[in-house]
Design a protein around this ligand. Structure first.
Ligand code: TXE
Length: 501
């Protein structure tokens, strides 16, 4: 297949460790595959525990170095602003690399990478606004104040769906707070992170402030998470891996931030602007081929409009054009990895086995032009019961479950009857209902008459099993700081410690 997204020869990448381009100590490499062609296009270092140790030590040395530790907060912020400029300059190049690795649409990845620079600007701006407090305690002879200090080495473990964006959610606040970092990108999408890491030197960051370690989670994950010089792990990925990381981190008393996906309800009331709700439902599940943690994969539709809404939904989703993700005309790209494509198809079988009715799609596309890529047709199941596995488990693909409901109470009961709690959508024209639903829905983000809005300025994270901690917004920087309380005795002389007062 001729593909505008296929690269002619294998590109060999290296890690950045201590400011140098590092080859894997064992000399092992693995191939990165293009999901549209199924062909290898890059070689990525297959690191092991010794590489992980070197990266953490480099990050720790940088954390202790005068070049980083004594840098004034405003100067630290300016480095992040400079980095933002370089991201803007290289956005197209970085986005094209991401598309080659994860198969998402160029239009989406370019939009993401362009938007990414705002994270570094926002947190760069916060770097010199990390203020403590003077606390008027009950001890008038004492002066008490707080300082917010960086943690040390932060390990950022990122997934394959939006590699650079989700990295930015961690790295921008971590660096603004004065930490150093080791980045472990997904083994499926390492290349953009490796290219990105090279920009830090050009921006003027001291060597070792940002390091990368590629390879498989099983090879390097535990070595990074349990390393005695690592203070915190910021993780986005699946809930099983997240639980494993969290368990190990707990054993070693390390901080974690976890973002573990969801099974978000997108709720359409009969009083909604149904044209808009239709767009929101489609965008919620078929954007990024459903490979997004905030996918609105459970569409709850009020029974009074259920049938007509589903008819329109199926008719509109049927028009989606699958194809080369590099082309502007493509609307749905392939699934990022072959094992994941099999997992998505497996869930379609499970749904059928559970008695859900497939109203659209339900398999691989028959178009021979798409046979080289890992595609799954946009798929809609109706007659879904919320207790079915297809409604309870994250599919992370273009597979929508439609569930009818009767009234507000019923919608809330169904929406919250799930282990996850990342996001929720509500479509209504009734302001009282919008407030009530926003209050009752157990989710870290609620959208009313919109879906998928996120910003560097607004906190993002999960309720329940969707995660721990918040990314984005001012509170995110607190996740990378520790508070010190300083007491100064202003009294003259010390009282006799054997005389209790
Ligand atoms: O994720 P993993 P996978 C969900 C989605 C998907 C499922 C599994 O439902 O089907 O997760 O995807 C690293 N120690 N999401 O298997 O394994 C790994 O190398 C430390 C939701 O691809 O969680 C990668 O860098 N790290 C999601 C990162 O963990 C380890 C985005 C995530 O991969 C490790 C992606 C270990 N032992 C998938 N093992 C979201 N929240 O947006 C692996 N890793």
């Amino acid at each position: 297949m001729n593909s505008s997204s296929a690269a002619p020869a294998l590109v060999r990448y290296r890690n950045t460790i201590g400011g140098k381009q590092a080859e894997p100590i064992d000399g092992q490499w693995f191939e990165s595959l293009n999901p549209y062609t199924g062909q290898a296009w890059a070689e990525i270092p297959r690191c092991g525990p010794a590489d992980a140790d070197a990266a953490v030590k480099a990050a720790h040395a940088a954390f202790q170095s005068a070049a980083w530790a004594s840098l004034k907060p405003s100067a630290r912020g300016k480095l992040l602003l400079k980095l933002a400029e370089l991201i803007d300059r290289d956005a197209e190049r970085l986005a094209a690399i991401e598309v080659r690795d994860n198969g998402k649409l160029m239009a989406e990845m370019l939009g993401q990478v362009r938007y990414l620079s705002e994270w570094y600007r926002y947190f760069g701006g916060l770097a010199d606004k990390i203020e403590g407090a003077v606390i008027p305690t009950d001890k008038p002879e004492m002066f008490n104040y707080t300082r917010h200090e960086p943690l040390g080495v932060v390990v950022a473990i990122t997934p394959w769906n939006s590699p650079l964006l989700l990295l930015g959610w961690k790295l921008a606040p971590a660096l603004a707070a004065g930490n150093t970092a080791v980045i472990k990108p997904s083994e499926y999408t390492s290349a953009s992170t490796l290219e990105f890491a090279r920009l830090f030197e050009e921006a003027g960051f001291p060597p070792g402030v940002v390091n990368t370690i590629t390879g498989f989670g099983v090879d390097v994950g535990d070595a990074l998470v349990t390393h005695p010089l690592v203070a915190k792990i910021a993780f986005t990925g699946g809930d099983a891996t997240g639980a494993h990381v969290s368990e190990l981190a707990a054993r070693h008393i390390k901080r974690v931030t976890l973002e573990l996906g969801g099974k978000s309800p997108n709720i359409v009331f009969d009083d909604a602007d149904l044209d808009n709700a239709l767009m929101g439902a489609i965008a919620g599940i078929f954007g990024a081929s459903g490979q997004t943690c905030i996918a609105g994969s459970r569409l709850l539709v009020q029974r009074s409009v259920h049938d007509q809404f589903v008819d329109r939904l199926v008719a509109f989703a049927r028009t989606a054009r699958m194809g080369d993700p590099m082309l502007a005309t493509t609307q749905v790209g392939p699934i990022t990895t072959l094992p994941h494509r099999e997992k998505v198809l497996g869930y379609i079988d499970i749904a059928r086995g559970e008695g859900a009715q497939c109203a659209l799609g339900g398999g691989r596309p028959s178009d021979p032009a798409l046979s080289g890529g890992w595609f799954v047709e946009p798929t809609i199941f109706v007659g879904v019961d919320n207790r079915m596995r297809i409604a309870q488990e994250e599919v992370f693909g273009p597979v929508l479950s439609v569930i009818p409901f009767d009234d507000e109470a019923d919608a809330i009961r169904i929406a919250n009857d799930i282990n996850f709690g990342l996001a929720a959508g509500v479509w209504t024209r009734n302001i009282r209902r919008a407030f009530l639903m926003s209050e009752r829905l157990q989710a870290g983000t609620v959208w009313v008459n919109t879906y998928r809005a996120v910003s560097y300025m607004s906190p993002f994270g999960g309720f329940k099993r969707s995660g721990i901690g918040r990314e984005n917004g001012q509170e995110a920087i607190r996740e990378y700081l520790q508070t010190k309380s300083v007491w100064m005795n202003l009294a003259e002389g010390m009282p006799n410690p054997f005389v209790l007062r």
